[in-house]
Write a protein that binds this ligand. Structure first.
Ligand code: HEM
Ligand code: HEM
Length: 463
C-alpha cells in the first residue's frame, strides 16, 4: 500500500497488542465460565472468580477493544484527513504507555485492588495513568484533525471525536476519589449520587467504547471492502447527532426499582426507547449500502462479518431499550439475561467488526495477501455459533431465574429458595462454557491467521 508518509508502525503495534490482550482476556473468560460450573477451579486467592471476572471485563473491554480501536483510529484518521499523524513520536509513546498501563491494571486486579465500581475498578494511581494515556491520544487526534487536508469530515471521524471527548469526561468525573493509601481510595460521591454517576458512566462508557468507534470502523471499512459508497451521508449524520444526544440520558436504566428518584428512571427509560431510531439509522444505512449487491455476502468474506456484526448491533439496540422497561427489568435485572445481552454485543457486533477491520487492514499494512481466507471463513462460523450458544442459553437461563425468583405461594411466601433456583441453571452455564470454547477456537484461528499474514511479508522481504 502507498504509505504517503503515513505512520503505520503504530497501527501494526496496536493491532497485535489487541490480539495479545484478546487471548489473555478470553482465557480468563473461559476460566470464569468453567468456575461457575466447577467451583473447584478457584485454585488460589488470586485465581478466584471475584478477582478474575474484572480481569476478564477490563482485559477485553480496555485491552483488546481499546487497542483495536487505537489501531483503527490511527489508520482511519490519517486516511480520511489525507494527512500524516501530527505527532508520530507521541503515537509510538502512546503504544508503549498503553500496554504498560493495561499490564499494571491487570496485575492490580489480580492482586485484589478494586474500587468495587463496575468498569471503574482501577485504583487511583492507575486512573492517573489512564487519564495521561488518553490525553496523549487526544492530542494526536485533534492536532491531526486541525491540520487535515480534506475539508469534509466523513462520518467515521465524527464518531471518533465523540469517543475521544466522551471517554475523557466520563472517566474523570466518575473516578473522582479520595485516596487513603497508595492502593485504596473512596469515591467522592456517596449513596444514591454515587450509583447515579457510576451508571451514567457505566452505560456511556459502553457506548463510547463498544458503539461509537465500532460504528466508525463499520462506516469506513464496509464501503472500502465492498467498493460501494455508503447509502446516505445525511442519514449517517442525523443518526450520529441523535445517538450522541440520547445516549447521555439513559444511564439510570441500570437502576430501575432502586432509590434513584423515579423521574430520573423514567427519563432514562424514555431516552432508551428513543435510541432505537438512531441505532437503526446506522443499521438501515449499512443494509441499503449493500442494495443490489448482496451477492458479496457469498463472494466477499469481509461482508459476512460486517453485515452479521451490524445485525447483532440492530438486535442489541432493540433488546436494550425493551429491557429498560420497568415491567421487563423487574424480571430480567440481576439474572443471566444481562450477560446474554452483553455478549451478543461484544462477541457479535464488536468482535465481528474489529475482526473484519483487521482482515482489511493487516494485509495492506504488510503489503501482502491474507494468509488464508478459508481460515477466516472458519473463524466467522465458529464465532457465530459460539456467540449464539452463549447468548441463547443465557437468555433462557435469565427468564427461568427471573420467573422462579418471583414465584409466590398463595400465602405470599416465596415458592423457591435461592438454592433451588440455582441448581437448574447449571446446565445452561455448562452450555455457555462450551459456546465460549467454540468462540475461543475461532478467535485463536483469527490470531494465527494474522500472525501468519505478517510473517509472510517478512519471509517475502528476506527472500
Ligand atoms: C470465550 C468467550 C467469553 C467467555 C467464555 C466469557 C465469559 C464471561 C463470564 C462467565 C462472565 C460473567 C457473567 C456473570 O457474572 O454472570 C462475563 C462477563 C462479561 N464479559 Fe465475557 N466472555 C467471553 C467473551 C467476552 C468478550 C469478547 C468481551 C468483550 C469484548 C466480554 C466482555 C464481558 C463483559 C463486559 C462482562 C460483564 C457483563 C455484566 O456485568 O453483565 N466477554 N464473561
Ligand atoms: C439502544 C441501545 C442500548 C440500550 C438502550 C441498552 C440497554 C441496556 C440496559 C437497560 C441494560 C441493563 C440491564 C440490567 O442490568 O437490567 C444494559 C446492560 C448492558 N449493555 Fe446494553 N443497551 C444498548 C446497547 C448495547 C450495546 C450496543 C452494547 C455493546 C456491547 C451494550 C452493552 C451492555 C453492557 C456491557 C451491559 C452490562 C452492564 C452491567 O455490567 O450491568 N448495550 N443495556
Amino acid at each position: 500500500m502507498k504509505d504517503n508518509g503515513y505512520e503505520y508502525s503504530v497501527v501494526r503495534g496496536f493491532a497485535f497488542s489487541s490480539v495479545f490482550w484478546l487471548i489473555i482476556g478470553l482465557t480468563v473468560g473461559l476460566l470464569i465460565a468453567f468456575q461457575l460450573v466447577a467451583p473447584k477451579l478457584n485454585l488460589a486467592p488470586w485465581l478466584t472468580y471475584g478477582r478474575l471476572r474484572v480481569v476478564h471485563t477490563n482485559g477485553l473491554g480496555f485491552g483488546f477493544t481499546l487497542a483495536g480501536i487505537f489501531a483503527c483510529t490511527y489508520f482511519i484518521l490519517q486516511r480520511l484527513t489525507r494527512t500524516s499523524l501530527a505527532f508520530p513520536g507521541l503515537a509510538k509513546f502512546h503504544l508503549y504507555f498503553f500496554n504498560v498501563t493495561i499490564a499494571l491494571a491487570a496485575l492490580s486486579l489480580f492482586a485484589g485492588m478494586n474500587t468495587s465500581k463496575e468498569y471503574a475498578e482501577l485504583e487511583w494511581p492507575i486512573d492517573i495513568l489512564v487519564v495521561l494515556m488518553w490525553v496523549i491520544f487526544a492530542i494526536n487526534v485533534f492536532a491531526t484533525l486541525i491540520k487535515r487536508k480534506e475539508q469534509q469530515m466523513y462520518i467515521s471521524l465524527w464518531y471518533l471525536v465523540a469517543m475521544t471527548v466522551a471517554v475523557a469526561v466520563l472517566y474523570i468525573l466518575n473516578n473522582l476519589e479520595i485516596p487513603v493509601s497508595w492502593f485504596k481510595s473512596y469515591s467522592a460521591y456517596a449513596g444514591v449520587n454515587d450509583a447515579n454517576v457510576e451508571w451514567w458512566y457505566g452505560h456511556n462508557v459502553v457506548g463510547s467504547v463498544f458503539t461509537f468507534p465500532i460504528l466508525a470502523m463499520f462506516y469506513y471499512f464496509l464501503p472500502k471492502s465492498t467498493n460501494l459508497p455508503i447509502y446516505s451521508h445525511r442519514l449517517s449524520i442525523v443518526a450520529f447527532w441523535s445517538l450522541v444526544f440520547a445516549y447521555l440520558w439513559t444511564g439510570a436504566h441500570h437502576l430501575i426499582y432502586t432509590p434513584v428518584p423515579d423521574w430520573i428512571q423514567t427519563t432514562a427509560i424514555a431516552f432508551s426507547m428513543f435510541m432505537i431510531a438512531p441505532s437503526w439509522g446506522s443499521v438501515v444505512n449499512g443494509y441499503y449500502t449493500m442494495r443490489g449487491d448482496w451477492g458479496q455476502m457469498r463472494s466477499n468474506y469481509l461482508v459476512k462479518f460486517f453485515i452479521f456484526g451490524i445485525t447483532f448491533y440492530g438486535l442489541q439496540t432493540i433488546q436494550g431499550p425493551t429491557q429498560a422497561l420497568r415491567s421487563l427489568s423487574a424480571v430480567l435485572h440481576y439474572t443471566d439475561w444481562v450477560p446474554g445481552h452483553v455478549h451478543m454485543g461484544t462477541m457479535g457486533w464488536v468482535t465481528m467488526t474489529i475482526s473484519a477491520s483487521f482482515y482489511y487492514m493487516i494485509p495492506r499494512l504488510y503489503n501482502t495477501e491474507l494468509y488464508s481466507i478459508k481460515l477466516a471463513n472458519t473463524h466467522f462460523w465458529l464465532v457465530l455459533i459460539g456467540q449464539l450458544i452463549f447468548s441463547f442459553t443465557m437468555w433462557i437461563a435469565g427468564i427461568q431465574e427471573g420467573t422462579m425468583w418471583r414465584a409466590t405461594n398463595p400465602d405470599g411466601s416465596l415458592t423457591y429458595s435461592f438454592l433451588e433456583t440455582l441448581v437448574p441453571i447449571y446446565p445452561y452455564w455448562t452450555m455457555r462454557a462450551l459456546g465460549g470454547v467454540i468462540y475461543f477456537v475461532g478467535m485463536v484461528i483469527f490470531a494465527y491467521n494474522l500472525i501468519k499474514t505478517a510473517g509472510k511479508s517478512g519471509a517475502a522481504a528476506a527472500a
